[in-house]
Design a binder for this molecule. Structure first.
Ligand SMILES: NC(=O)c1ccc[n+]([C@@H]2O[C@H](COP(=O)([O-])OP(=O)(O)OC[C@H]3O[C@@H](n4cnc5c(N)ncnc54)[C@H](O)[C@@H]3O)[C@@H](O)[C@H]2O)c1
Length: 407
């Protein structure tokens, strides 16, 4: 076996995602990952994060960037662009959490997503995407898009099936849902970029966009891209008629909590993606591929790898069962290794093979860009009652100065 290369890593953010990024980095085996330090706006949180892991707590982003080869962007979406661009300008690699970027309001104190002009939202989000792609083209670094669904083992198995059978995907449908995020920021579109359509919908959507790329690449040497999207969004928990039984989060300010996107690809085939915050029974993350030669159901979470029956809630008080489950009593799809099924360690292994050894990434900036473009085109469609909107796609990797093109 060739000698392992060492990569110096910095983490930006010290909250939820910074925690699972660090845990996944500890499992990378083909590369020596040396986590040098962390920088986060919440200085107390950063100090505690650094101390717990024996790493340095940096006082500013620039100092962290100077000390590392790659930076993990684990901060709220509105800060992804400035941090990614600053890192790429210094020729650093960037591992960027989802969504790549977005539209975060007009700056006015009374900004409300229900009243926002979704054409402006789309144009602003695409301009942000272009700035990130331009920074990447000029950089020796690359942006790796931390869309864990791409690296979830069930999605990667479907990649193998598509590549080896040359199958044509006719319809993909999928969903990410649960009973509501705990994040305070998530209640405000100006901080999260919209609502559940972007926050959760980006996961199954990006997996669907990825698999159609894989299919096209494998069979015809050309990725299949999104062409149009039609969407509906709703704010079910903000309805005056919503009857709160105490199980579903309901204090959102202006976000959508239900969405449906229907994507038509450039070969005429389709994907239908649901995302919501109104589903009880734990997280519901799945993707089904209906192809001309096979059918696959990817149960990302829950799945039946393990099932437990617990006659009394208190027996399992110290046991993590599965994400967002409301009760631990009775039968449960207990996950023996949720991170593994979700793709967190696999994405880090893959990213560090790109950073250290130049392996082509599966989840790159162009996939992230198409995802943002589809999402904000979907918001525009929803504001027009679901009329189909053309999706602008992005082409050209780093080093190729290819401008964005409209299909
Ligand atoms: N892939 C997944 O499954 C998954 C899950 C949760 C969150 N996320 C993504 O991770 C990102 C962060 O979410 P989170 O849940 O970790 O949030 P969080 O609130 O738990 O943590 C955010 C951290 O960012 C820091 N921060 C905020 N603004 C900053 C800035 N300008 N510069 C430096 N630090 C800053 C805060 O101090 C905090 O430490 C989001 O993009 C979110 O969509 C992804």
């Amino acid at each position: 076996m060739k000698q392992k290369k060492t990569v110096r890593t910095g983490i930006v953010g010290a909250g939820f995602s910074a925690t699972f990024h660090f845990e996944a980095l500890e499992k990378v085996y083909r590369t020596n990952v040396e986590v040098v330090g962390v920088f986060a706006a919440n200085r107390e949180q950063a100090a505690a994060y650094a101390q717990k892991r024996g790493i340095r707590d940096f006082e500013c982003l620039e100092a962290l960037l100077d000390a590392v080869d790659v930076v993990h962007v684990c901060v709220p979406p509105m800060f992804h662009e400035p941090i990614a661009v600053a890192a790429l300008a210094r020729d650093k690699f960037v591992v960027c959490e989802k969504p790549l970027t977005g539209y975060f309001g007009d700056g006015s104190p009374d900004f409300h997503w229900d009243r926002a002009d979704k054409r402006v939202a789309l144009e602003s989000a695409l301009a942000s995407v272009e700035r990130i792609l331009a920074a990447e083209r000029k950089s020796k670094g690359r942006l790796l898009y931390a869309e864990n669904w791409v690296h979830a083992p069930s999605i990667q198995k479907e990649r193998e099936i598509l590549e080896k059978t040359g199958g044509q995907i006719l319809w993909i449908h999928g969903e990410e849902a649960h009973s509501g995020s705990h994040s305070v920021d998530y209640a405000y579109a100006a901080r999260c970029g919209g609502g559940v359509l972007i926050g959760k919908g980006c996961h199954p959507l990006s997996a669907a966009l990825y698999l159609k790329r894989v299919e096209g690449r494998a069979r015809d040497g050309r990725p299949i891209r999104p062409r149009t999207v039609s969407a509906r969004t709703h704010a079910i928990t903000r309805l005056p008629t919503f009857r709160d039984a105490g199980h579903i989060r309901k204090d959102y300010y202006d976000i959508d909590d239900f969405s449906m996107m229907h994507v038509e690809f450039d070969d005429g085939t389709i994907a239908t993606i649901f995302a919501s915050d109104i589903v009880l029974g734990g997280i519901h993350n799945w993707l089904e591929v209906c192809a001309n030669n096979h059918r696959t159901i990817c149960n990302i979470n829950p799945n039946t790898a393990m099932q437990t029956y617990n006659p009394r809630e208190e027996y399992f008080k110290d046991i993590y069962v599965v994400e967002k489950i409301g009760t631990k009593q009775g039968w449960a799809s207990t996950s023996p290794d949720e991170d593994w099924f979700t793709g967190y360690p696999q994405e880090m292994e893959a990213f560090y093979r790109t950073i250290a050894y130049g392996q082509a990434p599966e989840s790159d900036s162009l996939l992230a860009a198409d995802s943002i473009s589809t999402i904000y085109s979907a918001y525009l469609s929803a504001s027009r009652g679901g009329t189909a909107v053309e999706v602008r796609t992005f082409e050209g990797g780093p080093g190729e100065a290819a401008p964005a093109k409209a299909t």
